[in-house]
Write a protein that binds this ligand. Structure first.
Ligand SMILES: *[C@@H]1O[C@H](CO)[C@@H](O)[C@H](O)[C@H]1NC(C)=O
Ligand SMILES: *[C@@H]1O[C@H](CO)[C@@H](O)[C@H](O)[C@H]1NC(C)=O
Length: 407
């Protein structure tokens, strides 16, 4: 017992010794790389959509802290989470323009706490799905104001709905954090904004509705926040020209055209072959995964000339061998691209849970303490990506030294 206690003390002494100073600069892009403080930045992290929701109850905030703590112990440096909850139970936005201060304070806590643990965040601004409101809630708000609405997809074109959404962008982006005093738009803890979780507009296969919407909303967001990166929230589905690369369906998005919009700073990719190819076996799903990853890396590199973040990937299984092989496929694709200066900028698995969060389990969850082999893979990926960043930083120092010597 005593020994254990001593070890814990030593651990804390050392972890504070090596505690990384929170970065004071914003993540930017240069070519196909994300950059932080002059060197390429690799995002190895996790999704945890529930952070604001849980933190809105101060008695539950320890779950957010212990999640960040465990994540950072495994070298994870980024979290993607929801900055929306529209209507319904415990909303952030009760109705257009009317906000719940308890929820906002929850989000304030999440951002302030992420910074303490050296973790950046990607904040998504609305949902495609009806969980936490989404497109559906927005069009219902407009309908109750007398707008004629045909379907949820009117979200992308109805002027009143677009006005509501722009107002939400502005409310979140200009929010001043009640704990740190820093406006969100000036906070480098935020790596990027995301317009919508998994944009889909299945009623318009031409892709025009989504293209027009991203264009308009990205310009609007950039007009109030010139500091942060912005991504659209795409899963990676191609438009009609490359439909054969998709699983067997289209969702009205175009990975190439959508990401070519100049105000979109980097591309994103989601990977759920267990859902998309649910009639195929595991080996076929893994083989699809490999091609899906590599095709998007090539396109980001050669056509978009922008970084590519694997913003969500996961598999619903309780077999850790299968999960590890899946994670390993993604981690290897990222590392092999990144180590050659390629477009893969990192990956965020879906989803990380703290212990004692059983009600949030969805089959995809990883609880680091329960899955030692997966936790090891995750930590190794962090170390490998960190070595690439350090190598670039060393080269940069040599280069500086060379220049100072007139070489
Ligand atoms: C997990 O999957 C592997 C590969 O299919 C299999 O060999 C193993 O028996 C499975 N483990 C469990 C606990 O089901
Ligand atoms: C620094 O200068 C040396 C000698 O001129 C050269 O060989 C090396 O490539 C330079 N390194 C960098 C990173 O510019």
């Amino acid at each position: 017992m005593k020994d254990k206690f001593f070890l814990i003390l030593v651990f804390y002494a050392f972890s504070s010794l090596f505690h990384v100073e929170a970065d004071s600069e914003f993540v930017k892009t240069r070519g196909v790389q994300l950059m932080l403080n002059g060197s390429p930045y690799y995002a190895n992290g996790f999704n945890a959509y529930w952070l604001m929701y849980v933190a809105s109850d101060p008695s539950q905030r320890n779950k957010v802290s212990s999640t960040f703590q465990e994540a950072s112990n495994h070298g994870l440096n980024i979290a993607r989470t929801w900055a929306f909850s529209d209507g319904g139970y415990k909303p952030l936005q009760y109705s257009p323009g009317s906000y719940n201060e308890d929820m906002f304070q929850g989000l304030d806590f999440v951002i302030a706490e992420a910074r303490r643990y050296g973790i950046k965040v990607v904040l998504s601004l609305v949902n495609n799905y009806e969980n936490f409101g989404g497109k559906k809630q927005y069009v219902e708000w407009a309908r109750s104001q007398g707008q004629s609405i045909n379907s949820e997809d009117d979200f992308f074109t109805n002027p009143i709905v677009k006005g509501y959404y722009k107002n939400h962008i502005k409310s979140v982006v200009t929010r001043r954090n009640s704990l740190s005093g820093v406006a969100y738009k000036d906070d480098p803890t935020i790596m990027a904004w995301e317009l919508m979780n998994e944009i889909r507009c299945p009623s318009d296969h031409s892709g025009n509705s989504v293209q027009g919407w991203i264009n308009e909303m990205a310009s609007y967001l950039k007009s109030i926040d010139g500091n942060h990166l912005l991504e659209a929230g795409l899963e990676g589905f191609y438009g009609q020209l490359k439909a054969e690369s998709n699983p067997n369906f289209q969702v009205g998005t175009d990975f190439i055209a959508n990401n070519q919009i100049p105000t979109i700073d980097f591309a994103t990719l989601h990977s759920y072959p267990d859902q998309w190819l649910s009639n195929s076996g595991y080996e076929d799903q893994i083989s699809f995964l490999g091609s899906w990853l590599n095709e998007h890396i090539q396109d980001a590199q050669n056509i978009l000339h922008k970084p590519l973040l694997f913003a969500e990937f996961g598999i619903s299984t309780y077999n850790s061998t299968l999960r590890d092989q899946f994670f390993n496929t993604v981690f290897s694709a990222i590392y092999s691209s990144a180590s050659g200066g390629g477009a893969a900028a990192g990956g965020l698995f879906w989803q990380l849970l703290a212990k004692w969060m059983d009600s949030f389990r969805d089959g995809y969850e990883v609880v680091l303490g329960e899955s030692p082999s997966t936790a090891t893979l995750i930590a190794q990926e962090s170390q490998k990506l960190n070595r690439i960043r350090k190598m670039y930083a060393r080269l940069r120092n040599i280069d500086k030294w060379n220049k100072s010597k007139g070489n």
